[in-house]
Design a protein around this ligand. Structure first.
Ligand code: AKG
Length: 419
């Protein structure tokens, strides 16, 4: 019964939250494929013949057409953002489908009107892997990954492999504690302390350390051993340092100076996915974007499951584990801060195999005492300010209240227009 309820709830959450992805897939297969196939053929011929005029003759009107369709699509998306309404609107549906297919493929090809080879149209493959020891161009590479994917893996990040292994063992041991001990950390504030299974995530158990600057408040009620505390404290220190470095690189990548995350609030989260035979083929965590700025994720080296939505194709792309590496992704606040340039990547955890999966996550939430807004350097007449200054607590509350877990709350935060 509980499982039926969970499935029911899961289904409706799923439909509400990723209606747009479904929509795109569905319509793409109906209309887009034929159009797109025709277009690929023409482009391929033109490219191979090196026929610039034919290129432009074909490409330029198409681009204008797509811009027109996209405007319709955006207006529709903003005023409704509703899957059911979309499906019921035949004209809107067709327009969106065409706009989606063409614009997404165009944006992949079109870099200043120079069309890339047709191989650029193939699947984008795996998320970027960035070497943090790279001497030149690191900041630009990070910014590019944030814009194109909203997620990347890092290697040579400076966190010792043994610490990652020990941390996973400590997390596993904490979840193995008796229920009544884990419950000592339960808080009346939602999302704090122990989070038990719930109908929308029936296989997920979690711990959340809301204030990482005082992890003792989390360890004390669990009677954590000195060794466990030492590992947790060490891990928090190195992961916060890593967050600081990433924050500085983001600034540098935009030609700005300073410590972006200095004094910002961070939250730590441990996840245990009780994947079993029954859960294979279902979600561990439903599709969402993170409401925070930046997420540093040590996913399970042994169990896959993380998937992200490719912003160009709307398809799920696996982010399979690579032992010793760490995944970094952008949340809603990063999109707002970057004036829409960073992708607040939508992701989920899917159960592929009946194997327990652990993950350890640091969320860089935002500053406590001031609102987040795009720096003036990222705003100009071509890139008008997209969002009003955001108070992170208010943002999280609004997101929960609206039950919009895939970043759509941002669309309510556009600044007033001065006609
Ligand atoms: O466990 C994972 O790999 C991802 C977890 C996640 O998306 C989250 O905690 O928000």
């Amino acid at each position: 019964m509980i499982r039926e309820d969970a499935n029911q709830q899961s289904r409706s959450t799923f439909e509400n939250e990723i209606g747009d992805v479904l929509m795109r897939k569905e319509l793409k297969s109906h209309i887009g494929v034929q159009l797109f196939a025709l277009w690929i053929l023409a482009e391929f011929l033109a490219y191979n013949q090196g026929c610039f005029l034919m290129h432009m003759g074909f490409f330029f009107p198409l681009k204008l057409f797509v811009l027109h369709l996209e405007q319709n699509a955006q207006a529709f998306d903003q005023s409704s953002a509703n899957f059911a309404a979309f499906k019921n609107s035949e004209v809107g549906g067709q327009r969106l489908a065409v706009a989606y297919v063409l614009s997404h493929e165009l944006s992949r090809l079109d870099h200043g009107f120079l069309i890339k080879p047709w191989s650029a149209m193939m699947a984008r493959g795996e998320v970027p892997v960035i070497d943090m020891q790279r001497v030149e161009g690191l900041a630009e590479e990070i910014v590019n990954a944030c814009e194109e994917w909203g997620i990347f893996r890092i290697i040579n990040h400076g966190i010792p492999a043994e610490l990652l292994t020990e941390m996973k063992a400590v997390v596993a041991a904490l979840f193995d504690l008796p229920e009544e001990i884990k419950r000592r950390t339960v808080s009346t504030e939602s999302g704090k302390g122990y989070i038990t299974f719930n109908p929308s995530t029936p296989y997920l158990e979690g711990f959340s350390i809301d204030e990482v600057s005082s992890p003792g408040d989390f360890c004390d009620p669990l009677d954590a051993s000195p060794h466990q505390r030492e590992i947790i404290y060490k891990y928090i220190n190195v992961i916060r340092d890593l967050a600081g470095l990433l924050g500085r690189k983001l600034m540098e990548g935009f030609g700005l100076a300073g410590d972006l995350f200095d004094g910002w609030n961070c939250q730590m989260r441990f996840n245990k996915y009780h994947f079993c035979q029954e859960s294979v083929g279902s979600c561990g965590v439903f599709l969402h974007s993170d409401p925070s700025f930046l997420t540093i994720l040590h996913d399970d080296d042994d169990v896959c499951g993380l998937q992200v939505v490719d912003k160009y194709t709307g398809e799920f792309t696996p982010v399979d584990p690579v032992p010793g590496t760490i995944a970094v992704n952008m949340g809603d606040i990063a999109k707002a801060w970057s004036n829409g340039r960073f992708c607040n990547v939508k992701h989920r955890v899917w159960c592929f195999e009946p194997k327990t999966r652990y993950s350890t996550v640091l969320f860089v939430l935002g500053p406590n005492d001031k609102k987040v807004e795009a720096p003036p350097e990222l705003v100009d007449s071509e890139h008008p300010r997209l969002y009003v200054p955001i108070d992170i607590k208010e943002y999280r509350n609004a997101r929960s209240a609206k039950r919009l877990h895939t970043g759509n709350t941002l669309s309510y935060l556009a600044p007033p227009r001065h006609e």
